[in-house]
Design a protein around this ligand. Structure first.
Ligand SMILES: Cc1ncc(COP(=O)(O)O)c(C=O)c1O
Length: 399
């Protein structure tokens, strides 16, 4: 992974890897304290008296009452994510979509307008396309170059939502540009940081109000849990916590445990996966059957310079288009042996997928064009296997 001193990690007390391991964990220096994080496997919590309950109901007690409202295992995951993102607080959720919907609905109400990048994870795009109009929330789309942003503004615009790098074709949004626009027009700025992870970029330090994650992906990192998170100021997180309590997208304590365990190795995983992704991207870039590789680490990528400026590495994800279009892409995906043909990303196993049959299903050709997705685009999530084994598999699948 590229080392850059100009883009510093946000945690002041410890480095990012120490934070990932120890952040949010209870003090464990006494005799017999568990080193692993205990799972508080309960739905509800006792009170010693009705007087204690009354204090809770009046907002004067921080006691746990019911796991949808909060739970000690969730609290460890939340504090760890807050420290990794340099946030005042964080809220964990049952999925990335629960995090995204809670953040957006926490920031918007009927009659408000939202500006979002057109290139987004398909689920976020469909939420804005299929549900928001019925809720009276108007969505305007802008390209990742943010061209024409001012023209999309109205007195009702309340929020700017961006995803960078984008799913699935890895275009970048200039974070400085996005945040200066949001600040100038007093918009709530929300970013999906799933692809970059807090290892590679910390948008809150640049002025974003909220960061959302599909923690299902690199944060948890082992393809064994569905999870989400929102991070931001204490004030924002109080509001988001309420949204999660109202809408019910709270995390299960068992999922929180898996997320916590995964996050402890986030730094080393991302570093190695970035190196593997670069090797894979360079191999594909030279392959005669490949028309185009989308990886910000390649000098030929349109956002390479921007990636060097605002990220501490080029990421674990890439995509490519085959010269033979969709038939060739299907043939490739049907032939991989080590790579697995599966949706999702960010786990230790390398995966391939056709976005048109997964994240970008149910979209017209026009919408796919806007999303920068060709029918034959193959998305690759690069895992932790030995790079030479990955290359050997790609070679045989493309032969
Ligand atoms: C960038 C991005 N954001 C959000 C999501 C949604 O997350 P989840 O599936 O955990 O709800 C995904 C899922 O693929 C994603 O790739």
């Amino acid at each position: 992974m590229k080392k850059k001193t100009s883009v510093k990690h946000v945690s002041k007390k410890y480095g990012p890897q120490t934070t990932a391991i120890h952040g949010g964990e209870p003090a464990r220096h006494g005799v017999g304290a568990p080193v692993g994080t205990p799972i508080c496997r309960t739905s509800t919590f006792t009170f010693s008296s009705t007087a204690e309950m009354k204090l809770w109901a009046e907002g004067k007690s921080k006691a746990y009452i019911y796991s949808r409202y909060g739970n000690p295992t969730l609290a460890v995951a939340e504090q760890k994510i807050a420290e990794l993102e340099g946030a005042g607080a964080a809220v964990v959720t049952a999925s990335g979509m629960a995090a995204i919907s809670s953040a957006l609905l926490g920031a918007l109400k009927c009659g408000d307008e939202l500006i979002s990048t057109a290139q987004l994870y398909g689920g976020s795009y469909r939420l804005m396309r299929d549900l928001f109009p019925d809720m009276g929330i108007k969505v305007h789309q802008v390209g990742t170059d943010l061209a024409g942003l001012e023209g999309l503004l109205s007195p009702r615009t309340k929020c700017l939502y961006v995803e960078t790098p984008t799913n699935p074709t890895l275009r970048l949004v200039d974070l400085d540009k996005a945040i200066s626009f949001a600040k100038k027009h007093r918009l709530t700025a929300i970013i999906d940081n799933t692809f970059a992870t807090p290892v590679l970029q910390n948008p809150l330090a640049m002025g974003f109000d909220m960061v959302v994650h599909s923690a299902t992906k690199a944060l948890a990192g082992h393809s064994d849990v569905i999870a989400g998170a929102v991070a931001g100021s204490k004030e924002w997180m109080k509001r988001i916590q309420h949204m999660v309590i109202y809408l019910g997208g709270s995390m299960d304590p068992g999922a929180a445990y898996l997320l916590i365990r995964g996050m402890k190795t986030l730094g080393v995983r991302v570093e190695r996966q970035c190196a593997n992704a670069m090797t894979v991207a360079k191999f594909l870039d030279k392959h005669p059957k490949v028309a185009r590789v989308h990886y910000p680490g390649l000098v030929s990528h349109p956002d390479h310079k921007l990636a060097k400026k605002q990220m501490r590495g080029f990421g674990t994800m890439l995509a490519f288009d085959l010269k033979g279009g969709l038939p060739a892409a299907r043939k490739f995906c049907d032939r991989v042996r080590l790579f697995l043909l599966a949706a999702s990303l960010g786990g230790v196993e390398s995966l391939v997928i056709l976005p048109i049959y997964s994240s970008h299903y149910n979209m017209s050709l026009e919408e796919l064009k806007h999303a920068n997705v060709e029918p034959g685009t193959v998305r690759v999530s690069v895992g932790l296997e030995d790079a030479e084994d990955l290359i050997a598999d790609l070679k045989q699948a493309l032969a």
